[in-house]
Design a protein around this ligand. Structure first.
Ligand code: SAH
Ligand code: DHB
Ligand code: MG
Length: 221
């Protein structure tokens, strides 16, 4: 399901409110050259993530699911002096592409890419007493979204903002019998948040160049 007006309006938004961005255009070009799937957030969504992170004055950001670093760069640009971003990626080849893009964006010193299954990396981070993050963006394997919520809360402080991508999936999220294998994991995230006393959450549906999907936004109490 898609309507050509969704992308056209995204272009209009980018033209009026975001503008030319040679660094991020190169990121997407490099990703394509390297054969990465085009499943990065859109330009308007990347800027939304950046504004949210700036809005909570984030100085420590965690991202789960790096791909080629497109969303990473949007988020890392939200950091002030001395800020840090840790991003987790399963695939070493994707991580290498991301490393190049992040260095090209002048953010090499700010971004720490940790390679491996995110659950293992997160478990190690918790065990090693990693300092709390101010903003956490979850965008990796949807099958593990409920586990990532658990790790995200353990790595949070009161007021930490959590954002999960792809929580609507063309409306399939309300279909318990969905043939989309990523749906049950997404529904487990909603179930874990239903009546959760520690986390206030909402989700907003989006349409645009990335079709019909949505973000789930939450604040840790
Ligand atoms: N945030 C990126 C897009 C991420 S796509 C952007 O918007 O630019 C999802 C990424 O999660 C892929 O790169 C995939 O390799 C990674 N991924 C999938 N399973 C994972 C796992 N178990 N641990 C860490 N990363 C994983
Ligand atoms: C997929 C993953 C994403 O993070 C996304 O934004 C879109 C699609 C996917 O795995 O199909
Ligand atoms: Mg996504």
């Amino acid at each position: 399901m898609s309507d050509p007006r969704w992308s056209a309006v995204d272009d209009y938004i980018a033209d009026k409110l975001i503008g030319e961005d040679a660094v991020q255009a190169a990121t997407l070009e490099n990703n394509q050259q390297a054969g990465l799937p085009p499943i990065d957030v859109s330009q308007a969504q990347g800027k939304l993530l950046q504004l949210l992170a700036r809005g909570v004055s984030a100085s420590r950001i965690l991202e789960i699911g790096t791909l080629g670093g497109y969303s990473t760069i949007w988020l890392a640009r939200a950091l002030g002096e001395g800020g840090q971003l840790v991003t987790l990626e399963l695939d070493p080849e994707y991580a290498a592409v991301a490393r190049k893009n992040i260095d090209n964006a002048g953010l090499g010193d700010v971004v720490d890419i940790r390679i491996g299954p995110a659950s293992e990396t997160l478990e190690a981070m918790c065990a090693q007493g990693e300092a709390a993050f101010d903003f956490i963006f979850v965008d990796a394997d949807k099958e593990n979204y409920a586990a990532y919520l658990d790790y995200a809360t353990r790595l949070s402080r009161p007021g930490t903002m959590l954002v999960f991508d792809n929580v609507v999936r063309e409306g399939e999220v309300i279909n318990p019998q969905s043939s989309d294998p990523k749906v049950p994991g997404t529904r487990q995230l909603y179930d874990a948040l239903h009546g959760n006393p520690r986390i206030d959450a909402t989700a907003v549906q989006t349409v645009g160049s990335k079709k019909w999907d949505g973000f789930l936004l939450a604040l840790v109490r």
